[in-house]
Design a protein around this ligand. Structure first.
Ligand code: C2O
Ligand code: CU
Ligand code: CU
Length: 532
């Protein structure tokens, strides 16, 4: 038997490496994905997932015990609400390395510095298998974690990695194939905030004036329990839409502030809802960061779009507001995402206007005049002419097949990768993501798809709209913030975006998918392989 068997020599034409091929290779004792030396086999829920071998040489700067467990919380007067939470305990590191979000079942907030070694001992005490994905981080496939690294109830998995990312607002949430939507929905979402020296040099509001705000929509039944209905015709089409907006896990959220400047890290942790965020007092938003950290310079926007999975950082100065005054963070109305015949169900549709939260000025604070720093960071720009496939970008398009959303006509399969889903480590590529207009027209469904790519931060260099789809697009396009690093990008119906991505960290198997979690769970996810 050849020890150095390379299964990718076998890929001819459009042949897909399927699970059987890989299992055969695995039973031959062949390590398929070379450089990292892990056997390519899925960990089934009934076979014990062996914890990642902690290496004796790995010396963590921060070590955390993290447990996923059901809990009862009081969200409304009377009966408590059953949620699922992450509970953290710091074993090693600076005491500021973990914070809880006051009074919230979301979290924790993990705060680390670029370059630090992190060890997280994750214990799954949920009644079902789970896996933690560190959204936006540059990690190996085992740490990322690809959905095949399922952790059964009662098991422990040790995540060990060095923080390579620049300063930014990253987050973590479950990622089991087919169950991401319900697990996130029931409360599992935490923040992973990275700082670096460049960020420390900018004079942005910090400490208690640097606030993560996770925005979600939920539906509660008469007993205050989270209800997750995606059945019938709605399943996998619209996704889940709730009628109540929660910020940091709280309905009717009120943010108390002093008369000073704040840095707000807005995270869309919703399953399917897209927000068009604006201030009620009409002041433009000072945008300072995106998914992958700070922009080069602040941007002022009338409104910003925030799709599931995305982050936007803003700075807001309340200095001129009298104590006692209030304002609101709104989600403005937009159009273009009506889902035709499937449009029933949700009372608060995607695109409907509502209030996200209230802000109340509660305290006078004597602070010097604040100005948003005019320089925030340096961003090295990828150039299309440097892409290996500059003349022929890979295309990934969404469509609707047999009652489910698919990518290039295919649904997710755990151990399957198509030829056009194999890229080379170390290369810069151009990708076109296409929200296929034909299928939207045919089905009478105009669906938004926020596409997320694991293991990489990318740059958006171009957007185009199909004729006939511009009127909806025109109600959102001024709110795109494509100037910074991104890991998730919103595609409106009929929209096409061009990305530049460099696969510079690890070889291995990663996923890309729609971050509408019901679309993802219904199969709108695919593997891509970074070959060494
Ligand atoms: Cu935030 Cu693959 O997900
Ligand atoms: Cu991710
Ligand atoms: Cu989608």
């Amino acid at each position: 038997m050849k020890r150095s068997f390379n299964p990718f020599d076998e890929i001819k034409g459009n042949r897909i490496l399927n699970r059987r091929d890989f299992l055969q290779l695995a039973t031959l004792g062949v390590t398929v994905l070379g450089t990292e030396g892990f056997p390519f086999s899925s960990i089934k829920a009934d076979s014990p997932a062996t914890a990642f071998q902690t290496s004796s040489t790995f010396d963590p700067d921060v070590e955390i015990d993290l447990q996923a467990t059901p809990a009862d919380v009081s969200l409304f007067p009377g009966q408590p609400t059953r949620v699922w939470t992450y509970q953290a305990a710091l074993l090693k590191g600076d005491s500021g390395s973990i914070e809880t979000i006051a009074g919230s079942y979301l979290g924790p907030v993990i705060r680390v510095h670029q370059g630090q070694n992190i060890r997280i001992n994750f214990r799954n005490d949920l009644p079902e298998a789970s896996v933690i994905h560190w959204h936006g981080l540059r990690l190996s496939s085992e740490m990322d974690a690809h959905p095949r690294y399922l952790i059964n109830p009662g098991q422990i998995y040790v995540y060990e990695f060095q923080v390579r990312n620049r300063a930014g607002t990253y987050w973590f949430h479950p990622h089991p194939d087919g169950r991401t939507g319900p697990q996130v929905y029931h409360g599992l979402a935490g923040l992973f905030l990275v700082s670096d020296d460049e960020e420390s040099a900018t004079r942005l509001p910090s400490g208690e004036h640097d606030l993560p705000l996770v925005i979600q929509d939920r539906l509660f039944d008469g007993n205050h329990q989270l209800s997750y209905q995606t059945g019938g015709m709605m399943n996998g089409m619209d996704g889940f839409l709730g009628n109540q907006i929660l910020v940091n896990g709280k309905p009717d959220y009120v943010l108390p502030v002093a008369t000073r400047a704040y840095r707000l890290r807005l995270v869309n942790g919703s399953n399917s809802r897209v927000y068009k965020l604006a201030w009620s007092h009409g002041a433009p938003m000072a945008v300072i960061g995106t998914d992958g950290g700070l922009l080069e310079a602040p941007l002022w926007r009338e409104y910003v779009m925030l799709a599931p999975g995305e982050r936007i950082e803003i700075v807001v100065d309340f200095q001129k507001f009298p104590v006692g005054s209030t304002m609101r963070l709104l989600s403005l109305g937009f159009s273009g995402a009506e889902s035709g015949m499937m449009g029933g169900g949700a009372s608060l549709t995607n695109g409907a206007p509502f209030t996200v939260m209230n802000v109340v000025v509660v305290r006078k604070e004597k602070v010097g005049k604040f100005a948003v720093p005019s320089t925030l960071s340096t961003i090295s720009r990828h150039r299309l002419e440097d892409a290996v496939n500059r003349d022929k970008p890979r295309t990934f398009s969404t469509s609707f097949n047999r009652m489910a959303w698919v990518l290039n006509g295919r649904r997710f399969a755990m151990n399957e990768v198509a030829e056009n889903e194999i890229v080379q480590l170390g290369t810069l590529e151009a990708w076109n993501l296409v929200n296929d207009a034909g299928s939207a027209r045919m089905m009478g469904m105009r669906m938004m798809h926020p596409i997320h790519i694991h293991g990489v931060q990318f740059q958006v260099i171009e957007r185009q709209i199909t004729p006939g789809f511009a009127s909806g697009w025109n109600t959102v396009r001024a709110g795109y913030v494509d100037e910074g690093w991104k890991d998730t990008v919103l595609l409106m119906p009929g929209e096409r975006v061009k990305l530049l991505l460099k696969f510079e960290d690890y070889s291995g198997l990663f996923v890309y998918h729609c971050h509408n979690l019901e679309h993802e769970d219904a199969g709108m996810m695919r593997n891509f392989l970074i070959r060494a």
